[in-house]
Design a protein around this ligand. Structure first.
Ligand code: SF4
Ligand code: SF4
Length: 245
């Protein structure tokens, strides 16, 4: 019998914060849910517990294989060796270099792309720069997009942006708190009722969803949220509508 972590998948939203917090590399996010890789990797100290914004991780006492420090070291050094060239010093999985499909297109596709018109109706688009009072925000259907989505999604304008006012930012590289405050003001001042959030599949990008949810909750108004999760190849992995109370 020993103390080991327990993950409540019904609460887990797959943000990956626990996986980043776990020094032992005992947690991975698979199919949108955190999972314990192996009992032998969990030291039972619970670095991940305080980090989970959903309260999805707790301790339990149960029969479990003993913590194996040597196995953890072997695994982490093997991972470091295989990925040291691909990762930034922060070690974030979202920073891992990957080669995607070639960007080359056939001449017909290039011609079609050249004929597409921009759906952008507002400027600036950076959430950091958009003035709270901007007139184009009045009653707008907002698209709040993670910076990288515009590069990943081949038809960003047609599939995500059309008929919306666009605000973009990065939940990993930007300061999040001022964005929450600004969004609360925008929602209340302009009677925002619909927000689409487009974000990348990498765990850190889920922070954009959390910041928008927090802003909606703080605004105290009823806003329909549509969440669009994009794969690195630009495909829609998940489209989900939620109605926060
Ligand atoms: S930190 Fe995120 S991924 Fe980990 S258990 Fe909590 S909700 Fe799930
Ligand atoms: S958090 Fe999202 S927008 Fe920021 S770098 Fe990562 S994928 Fe791009």
């Amino acid at each position: 019998m020993r103390k080991i972590i327990k993950i409540d998948e019904s609460r887990c939203d797959g943000c990956g914060i626990c996986a980043e917090a776990c020094h032992e590399g005992a947690i991975i996010v698979e199919d949108g849910k955190a999972k314990l890789v192996s009992e032998t990797y969990c030291d039972g100290l619970g670095d991940c517990i305080g980090e989970c914004p959903q309260g999805a991780i707790s301790f339990e006492m149960r029969e479990a294989a003993a913590y194996d420090e040597a196995a953890v070291k072997a695994r982490t050094s093997a991972e470091k060796a295989s990925s040291s060239e691909d990762k930034l010093p922060c070690g974030c999985p979202g920073s891992m270099a990957k080669e995607l499909k070639s960007a080359k297109s056939d001449p017909q596709r290039q011609k079609e792309a050249a004929m597409q018109e921009s759906e952008l109706t507002n400027w600036p688009v950076q959430l950091k720069l958009v003035p709270v009072q901007a007139p184009y925000l009045a009653g707008a259907h907002l698209l709040i997009a993670a910076d990288c989505t515009a590069f990943a999604c081949p038809n960003f304008h047609r599939d995500l942006l059309a008929d919306k006012v666009c605000l973009v930012g990065c939940p990993k590289l930007d300061e999040v708190e001022p964005y929450i405050d600004k969004l609360v003001q925008i929602i209340k001042l302009h009677g925002i009722e619909e927000i689409d959030v487009a974000y990348m599949e990498v765990p850190c990008c889920g922070g954009l969803v959390r910041l928008v949810e927090e802003a909606v909750a703080k605004s105290g108004t009823s806003v329909t949220l549509k969440l669009v999760k994009l794969a690195l190849n630009g495909k829609f992995l998940e489209v989900r509508q939620i109605f926060p109370s």
